[in-house]
Design a protein around this ligand. Structure first.
Ligand code: ADP
Ligand code: MG
Length: 248
């Protein structure tokens, strides 16, 4: 996809290998992956205008090459219900980001402002990740979110590219797979939509091998027929190869 290459070129030209969330989501949308509606804003006023356009409630998140884990820097505010909450969240996010930077002894780049996004309904949280191994190439990881991945390490891997039956097998082979079938009176989840997201990510990475790391954490999976949304997207790409040194 040409759009992906352009985004990567721009990032590298700006001296960064971290693809910001809005850029990562632009690429994902191009691959047919569902994401909550989003826009970007560089001021509180602009954030309000964009929030109204998206419709309340919304989420605000910091967009900065220096902040990979936004929550750690106080950079995520969810369920904002009106203009004044958006204004306040914008100021607080910028303030926290500055503080986060000064604690680390760096000046955080705040020039990109924030991502404004539709506050998505809670779905079953899953994680889809990609890493690149120098020997084996790209592998895709899948698991349920929260304690399932962090404590129980209930995850499964496949090499990219993968077939649809690989993707289906992955979803069915984690220990907690039953949760997706619907337990305790819960309706079954939209496994077909989830399989489609996995397949689309596999395709995206196959076509863009400069991706060295990708995280869709969380991805929300809804009731059968209601789809799945990638709520957070993070992509790291390889840097340009260092120029051959003339020194010896
Ligand atoms: P990070 O992982 O960089 O801290 P996230 O984008 O994952 O930031 O946001 C942190 C949490 O906020 C998510 O795990 C999710 O629970 C919630 N969240 C983020 N974006 C949305 C959204 N658009 N709709 C609903 N919840 C969201
Ligand atoms: Mg996240």
């Amino acid at each position: 996809m040409k759009a992906a290459k352009k985004i990567f070129e721009t990032a590298l030209a700006e001296g960064r290998t971290f693809i910001l969330e809005n850029e990562a989501k632009d690429i994902m949308k191009g691959y047919g992956i569902g994401v909550p509606a989003y826009d970007t804003a560089k001021s509180a006023d602009e954030a309000v205008t964009k929030a109204r356009k998206i419709g309340y409630p919304v989420v605000l998140k910091i967009l900065s090459k220096d902040i990979l884990h936004k929550s750690d820097a106080g950079g995520v505010k969810v369920n904002l219900k009106d203009d004044s909450e958006v204004r306040k969240a914008f100021q607080e996010i910028m303030e926290s980001a500055r503080k986060y930077g000064s604690e680390k002894g760096i000046q955080v780049d705040l020039s990109r402002g924030v991502l404004i996004s539709d506050f998505a309904d809670q779905g079953t949280e899953v994680i889809i990740g990609v890493t690149r191994d120098p020997q084996f190439g790209h592998a895709l990881m899948f698991g349920l979110g929260g304690i399932f991945v962090e404590v129980l390490k209930d995850v499964t891997f496949r090499l990219i590219p993968m077939t649809e039956s690989d993707a289906r097998e992955m979803v069915g082979e984690i220990k907690a797979a039953k949760i997706l079938d619907g337990v305790r009176g819960q309706p079954p989840r939209d496994v077909d939509a989830l399989v489609n997201v996995i397949m689309s990510i596999s395709k995206m990475v196959k076509e863009n091998p400069e991706i060295i790391e990708l995280d869709c954490n969380p991805t929300f999976v809804y009731d059968k027929g209601k789809g799945a949304l990638v709520v957070d997207a993070r992509i790291l790409i390889e840097g340009t190869k260092p120029k051959e040194s003339s020194a010896h």
